[in-house]
Design a protein around this ligand. Sequence first.
Ligand code: URA
Length: 244
Amino acid sequence: MDKQLRLDKFLADMGIGTRSEVKQYIRKGRIKINDQICKTPEYKLSPQTDAVFLDDRRIEYNKFIYIMLNKPRCVVSASNDGRSQTVIDLLGEKGRKDLFPVGRLDKDTEGLLLITNDGDLAHRLLSPKKLVDKIYYVRVAGRLTDEDKTAFREGIDIGDDKPTLPADLSVLASGEISEAQVCIREGRYHQIKRMFEALGKKVIYLKRLSMGPLILDEDLPCGSFRELTEQEISLLKNYKTEEL
Ligand code: URA
C-alpha cells in the first residue's frame, strides 16, 4: 500500500503554503479530496491515488524534491543531530522527513549542498566508483607554489590506503593568505583540508561552488535555499559520470 500522508502535510510539502496557512484553507472548506470537501487537516490520504484540489485546482503529487542550499558554517550536513542545527532544520516548513543531504560538507565549510529525497540520484552522485567533479574555493595560510599544483595533479598521500586521484589546483592569489580553486573527483573525509595539510598548509576557509553540472546560484545568500529549476534537475539526471 502507498505511504499515507496527512492532508496538511501533503499540501505544505507541495508548496501550497505553510502548515498553518494550509490548515486555514482546509478549515475554510477550500480543499477537496476526490470530489468530497475535507475539513480535517489530520486526514490521511494516499498521495498516489487520491486527487487533491484547492479551489478546484488539482494539486499534483510531486514525489521527488530537489533543493539547493548555500550552506552556512556551524550547521551539520545530516538529517538529524542531537546537538547541532542541521541543514534540514534550515529548511523550516520545507523540511520533509524523507529529505537528506547528498554527501557531506564539514561543519565549517560553506556553499553548495544538494538536498533531496531521490535516493537513486544521490547514489549516482555519491558512489565511490563514479567520478563527479566538485569545485571548491579555498583560502589557505601560506604561499601556493608550482610544486603544490604538481602534487595536486599527481595525487597526494593523505594517509589513506591509496593517494588521492589527480586533482586540479588553480591559484587565484598567492601570499601570506592564498586563494585558489580546487577540483576533486572523490569525496573522502576532510579531503581538501587533508590534501593541503599534507603539503604543510592549513585551510582557513572552504566553500563548495559546484557538484557535477550543478553550480551554486550566486544570488542565493549564505544560509538560503531554493528548489532546483527543471533545467538543473534535468542536467543532474542526464549527467554521465566517468567510472573508476
Ligand atoms: N573537503 C574538506 O576538507 N571539507 C569539506 O567539507 C569538503 C571537502
